[in-house]
Design a binder for this molecule. Structure first.
Ligand code: HEM
Length: 173
């Protein structure tokens, strides 16, 4: 049985030109994958939220409480948008869907988006908890950003997913 056709296979089972043909991004602008363009926003907003909480804890200026509310909201909303595009790539590109690394990244990123959402919700209902539960959620978000980003990067730089096959990229250049 060719289990690579039916279920996610071990990444080591999949290699070679035939598999590469099925790995090109489907949600792309002029050959540039949209997910890779969008993920910078939740990463930057999420880390900015951690910085805001740190400044609030350090100096107590309520400006950082308001800035943290905007940063966490931005992180969650842009994270959901990037996640929808990432989910489309995962489901539509067979060469990604069949790799365990794709699913490992999706699970880590979904946990990250849930943490970003909880962090924003906390500030909407209990802004006074920004230093405390908020800071802890921002720190957890930073850790999960590292985990999800590492797995995401692995898809591109270890497995060469979502990149154009060389001959196509030469035609476009
Ligand atoms: C805030 C949430 C997310 C972050 C920070 C993130 C981060 C990343 C990173 C850093 C890469 C490598 C891109 C590159 O270096 O060019 C990547 C690729 C990828 N991610 Fe995500 N990701 C997120 C959400 C998701 C979700 C929810 C899914 C699927 C359910 C997903 C599926 C993918 C796929 C399929 C790829 C490889 C193909 C492509 O780049 O289009 N991602 N992600």
């Amino acid at each position: 049985m060719d289990d690579g056709e039916r279920s996610p296979a071990r990444d080591t089972d999949l290699s070679g030109a035939a598999q590469m043909a099925d790995t090109a991004s489907t949600v792309a602008l002029a050959g540039h994958p949209l997910h890779a363009m969008m993920i910078h926003f939740p990463i930057a907003f999420g880390l900015a939220a951690l910085a805001c909480d740190g400044m609030l804890w350090w100096g107590g200026d309520p400006f950082w409480m308001r800035a943290g509310l905007w940063a966490t909201g931005g992180a969650f909303l842009t994270g959901v948008a990037a996640g929808v595009v990432g989910l489309a790539e995962l489901l539509l590109v067979p060469g990604i869907r069949l790799r365990l690394s794709g699913w490992a990244h999706a699970v880590a990123a979904t946990v990250l988006i849930a943490v970003l959402g909880a962090n924003w919700l906390l500030r909407l209902v209990r802004p006074e908890d920004a230093v405390g539960s908020g800071l802890a959620l921002s720190a957890l978000g930073a850790v999960m950003t590292g985990v999800a980003g590492w797995h995401g990067g692995k898809l591109i730089y270890h497995h060469g997913l979502a990149v154009l096959p060389q001959e196509e990229s030469e035609t476009e250049a």
